[in-house]
Design a protein around this ligand. Structure first.
Ligand code: IFM
Length: 466
């Protein structure tokens, strides 16, 4: 949409290489309901576990909450116009269960459902493909009060909620995503306690993980019945794991961590069951698994959504610290683009899902340099460019990757970190709600428009050999 040549000059002596993407490659951005909508008390929305969590002292680094966030609920039309001006093909967002069914089960809140209907219609009117996710962590508090994801009934309630949404929007939405990052819901919510509802129990984490997967399968079945032509998807976050040393203890720790983070969800969905040795290692007896559950979970999907940010180096004792000088973002996550390329090739080899979409990738950066009113975020631009180069390499290696969605469209509420980390390619001034595209947004927009980009210094993060 713009004629900006945002490609940074190539370092001397390193000619840049053109990366053209296949025709029809999808370019877009992603957000989630609690992180941008605000309006937590409007039009009949009931509290979610995140409203409750934010109200507990000490849970959120800057003491903030989602009450205002990006006020997207009241500004969605201008936000869609902004997406349109950036020339994106698709927009991934999530639907807030506590807006649609405030009591978790039962009565539908028309005003809540209407909001998403208007959003979808506005996107379609602007030729932007809506990619809704049915659950991105904002569980109705009333369901948490009844046990949350540790309670099997939550999975059944999720399927009913999914059916309500699909019945209303199924004629306009072509791809339905059930869950976002079930690992984070179960692990951060019920094991480490860093996310809502803030519990710290390994046993609860395993129960939650099974019920989340069951929720995916049960909802998937309803989606198939109600929208037989739609595609069924789930979004999983992957963090490639490496042992810190070759010691037996570190290798074993890394092995089980890899199973928990990277295989626990994709394996059962692919019909491979839970990584059994890791279940035994953690003494999970699988009491929650009832006859037929694993078949329900293994309902075939059409699309795997992949969220990737970093890799993780694991040691048996204590947390690994990155050596000084390691490239990292403002949350201390290592920047290591080759891990994405390896991940994509590995996923395709292991699972062979019909299609894959990068549903999240991006970075919080300092955003301190400003010129002519715009943030000059060359670091974020380079992060996105290097990861796109890895996606390009994976496509060339035969991986069926249909698109790339940057996380995130906006600076927004970064969960337990509050509003400190800025992931947006569009700056949000939280005082005035003014939105200003950063340099990375202009570069990404130009890249989408050209369906490709020039990669300077191509040897810097050359894809590693498997
Ligand atoms: O902000 C989150 C998002 O909600 C889920 N994936 C990771 C992002 C960055 O932490």
């Amino acid at each position: 949409m713009n004629d900006l040549d945002a490609t940074s000059p190539a370092p001397q002596g390193a000619p840049s290489v053109r990366k053209n993407f296949p025709d029809g490659f999808i370019w877009g951005s992603a957000t989630s309901s609690f992180q941008i909508e605000g309006a937590t008390g409007e039009d009949g929305r009931a509290p979610s576990i995140w409203d409750t969590f934010c109200a507990e002292p000490g849970r959120i680094l800057d003491g903030s909450n989602g009450d205002m966030a990006c006020d997207h609920y009241n500004r969605f039309k201008e936000d869609v116009a902004l997406i349109k001006s950036l020339g994106f093909d698709a927009y991934r967002f999530s639907i807030a269960w506590p807006r649609v069914i405030p009591t978790g089960t039962g009565a539908v809140n028309e005003a809540g459902l209407n909001f998403y209907e208007q959003l979808v219609d506005e996107l379609l009117a602007n030729d932007i493909t809506p990619l809704p996710t049915l659950y991105h962590w904002d569980l109705p508090q009333v369901l948490e009060d009844a046990g949350g994801w540790v309670n099997r009934d939550t999975a059944l309630a999720f399927a009913d909620y999914a059916a309500v949404v699909v019945e209303r929007l199924g004629d306009r939405v072509q791809t339905w995503t059930t869950l976002n990052e079930p690992f984070v819901s179960a692990n951060h919510g019920y094991v480490t306690g860093e996310h809502a509802p803030g519990h710290t129990s390994m046993a609860e984490g395993f129960a939650a993980s099974h019920h989340l997967l069951l929720a995916h399968g049960l909802a998937g079945r309803r989606i198939r019945e109600l929208a037989p032509d739609a595609r069924l998807a789930i979004v999983i976050n992957f963090t490639p794991i490496e042992p810190a040393t070759t010691s037996n203890a570190d290798v074993v720790a890394a092995y089980h961590q890899n199973n928990l983070e990277n295989r626990w969800y994709a394996d059962p969905i692919a019909g491979l069951g839970y990584p059994i040795d890791t279940a035994r290692y953690h003494r999970w007896e699988q009491d929650e698994v009832r006859p037929g559950d694993m078949e329900t979970i293994a309902i075939p999907i059409d699309l795997l959504g992949i969220n990737f940010y970093t890799r993780s180096i694991v040691q048996a004792e204590g947390d690994y610290e990155l050596p000084e000088g390691t490239p990292q973002n403002t949350m201390g996550w290592e920047i290591h683009p080759p891990s994405l390329g390896e991940l994509l090739r590995g996923l395709h080899e292991r699972y062979d899902f019909p299609s894959m979409l990068i549903t999240e990738n991006g970075a919080p950066m300092p955003d301190r340099i400003r010129k002519d009113g715009r943030i000059e975020d060359d670091d974020r631009l380079d992060y996105i460019r290097q990861h796109l180069a890895q996606v390009h390499g994976a496509i060339e290696a035969g991986c069926p990757i249909e698109g790339y969605l940057v996380w995130s469209l906006f600076d927004n509420f970064e969960w337990a970190w509050g509003y400190g980390p800025r992931f947006g390619i569009v700056e949000v001034d939280f005082e005035t709600q003014e939105r200003t595209p950063k340099k990375s947004a202009e570069w990404f927009s130009a890249t989408a428009d050209a369906n490709g980009f020039d990669l300077p210094d191509p040897t810097r993060w050359a894809p590693t050999e498997d």
